[in-house]
Design a protein around this ligand. Structure first.
Ligand code: SF4
Length: 489
């Protein structure tokens, strides 16, 4: 969700490091389970594995055979779902969501799943992505007398689905009918009675996969395969572009879309968003990041003594860079994992202190050395400037910054709260200017070709909108590549 501040994702480094002026968020994670035992603990552990995709709120809906129960709250999964809460969520099928708030507000009413009562009973829906035409859809529906409780796109989708379900018994047909109206990125998990439906947009922009629990105990669908791993489930495959899956304790039914064959996987899932232990669209994220680092090392070597990552986001890239260049890798920045990311930093001085609280240089590693500092991306550049200054204060002789994505020059409308070019330092400055701004001796980004080689999907099958300004779906005022989602069903 996200067009109205629902659930975009974080572009940038580790959210724990994101400063008040660097935060560009948001991400969400979804899980669905149809099992032969209680779903709530499985959903809990699945959401736990997806906590990196959203830390503001979480929710679980389960069906107990006669009704649907939902528990949603602000905070981390651990804090939201204690043993008593999970015990009360009875039932073997359910869905879950973790959310990272944006400008739309970190409020409980925006937490998911969104639940509505329809003619077919209770319908619960959780969403990762951004339906870019949701405002237009809402206005159109309002003009027909519909009322909405929120401004988020998830509510638009769930109400449209409830309306379709009032007109047909065929649930996949109703979902397909809603999909025909939606433009953008969306992965839905939907709970209706004893079934869970999983839906991926026709361009498969955001990740979604499903797997089988051990010993025939049921099925699970999740944003990332790491959630399947924690449940000891076997990854079956990614949900295909435009596909609808129907999960029940008995099995999984597929309702494929007649797609064009062209997709637009978000390249940033590989660069930063997803966990390195996930496999997304058949690409192990760890391998992609290592390859990015290797190619970055070949494209932009540095005369230096040590390669250090910005933890944790730059670690795998830095390992690849070290491997390709032969420059030794070392942990030169220590991260304090216990600084809460919502720590309020009202003044510049407090913000500088905030970075120091989260990161501290290892003097023994950096003092007197020429350092290559590797991270996944630069958004505003403010945090990178502070880190470079910190390394110099710790005695680094030189600091060469290497970045595992090309410069981010354009907004993301497809699931990340990165709405304006003014937020993006690379939109308005050359690489040399940015190097001076962050105080680096040199700065280099991986090339777009290098990134596409590392991800190893056909370039036409990746979304690179925030790098190129050319988007896979129609976005007013922006350039669009030829594929139109409307032609995909
Ligand atoms: S514009 Fe595309 S590639 Fe960039 S973050 Fe958004 S979805 Fe991902």
């Amino acid at each position: 969700m996200g067009a109205q501040g629902e659930c975009p994702e974080v572009v940038r480094m580790d959210p724990d490091l994101a400063e008040a002026d660097e935060v560009i968020q948001d991400k969400c994670g979804v899980v669905g389970v149809a099992a032969k035992s209680s779903a709530a603990p499985l959903l809990y552990y699945g959401l736990h594995a997806l906590q990196h995709r959203g830390q503001e709120s979480g929710g679980i809906s389960v069906f107990d055979g006669s009704g649907t129960r939902t528990h949603k709250a602000m905070g981390l999964v651990d804090g939201i779902f204690g043993p008593d809460v999970l015990d009360a969520l009875k039932g073997n099928v359910g869905i879950g969501h973790v959310r990272y708030a944006t400008t739309g507000g970190s409020f409980l009413e925006n937490a998911q799943p969104v639940v509505v009562e329809g003619q077919r009973g209770t319908l619960a829906l959780a969403h990762n992505g951004d339906v870019v035409n949701s405002a237009a859809l809402r206005e159109d529906l309002k003009s027909k007398g519909w009322a909405f409780l929120t401004t988020n796109d998830t509510e638009v989708a769930v109400r449209m689905l409830a309306n379709e379900l009032a007109q047909t018994e065929n649930v996949p047909r109703a979902i397909r009918s809603v999909m025909r109206h939606l433009t953008g990125s969306y992965c839905f998990v939907i709970l209706l009675g004893e079934k869970v439906y999983a839906v991926r947009d026709p361009l498969a922009i955001k990740p979604l996969c499903y797997g089988e629990l051990r010993n025939g105990q049921g099925w699970v669908v999740a944003s990332e395969s790491t959630a399947l791993n924690i449940l000891d489930a076997r990854l079956v495959r990614d949900v295909m572009p435009g596909e609808i899956l129907e999960l029940s304790a008995e099995g999984v039914k597929s309702y494929p879309a007649a797609g064009s064959g062209e997709v637009a996987h978000c390249m940033f899932e590989y660069v930063y968003f997803a966990r390195a232990d996930s496999v997304i669209d058949q690409r192990p994220v760890h391998d992609v990041r290592t390859k990015i680092g290797e190619l970055l090392g070949k494209e932009a070597p540095a005369d230096a003594d040590v390669v250090i990552p910005v933890p944790d986001s730059g670690r795998t890239h830095a390992l690849g860079y070290s491997k390709a260049t032969g420059i030794p890798f070392a942990e030169g920045l220590m991260k304090n994992r216990y600084v809460h990311r919502t720590f309020i930093m009202p003044s510049q001085q407090a913000r500088d202190m905030g970075v120091r609280m989260k990161l501290n240089p290892v003097q023994a590693v950096v003092s007197g050395r020429r350092v290559v500092l590797v991270d996944d991306s630069i958004v505003r550049g403010t945090t990178m400037r502070r880190i470079v200054a910190m390394l110099r204060e710790a005695g680094a002789a030189e600091v060469h910054v290497r970045i595992g994505s090309p410069p981010i020059k354009s907004p993301c409308y497809l699931g990340i709260d990165m709405n304006t070019r003014t937020q993006l330092v690379a939109a308005n400055h050359t690489v040399d200017e940015i190097a001076r701004m962050i105080g680096a001796d040199s700065l280099a980004y991986i090339s777009l070709d290098g990134l596409q080689t590392a991800i190893a999907h056909e370039p036409r099958n990746l979304c690179t909108g925030c790098l190129t300004g050319i988007y896979p779906v129609d976005i007013p005022g922006e350039a669009t590549r030829k594929t139109s989602q409307a032609t995909l069903f």
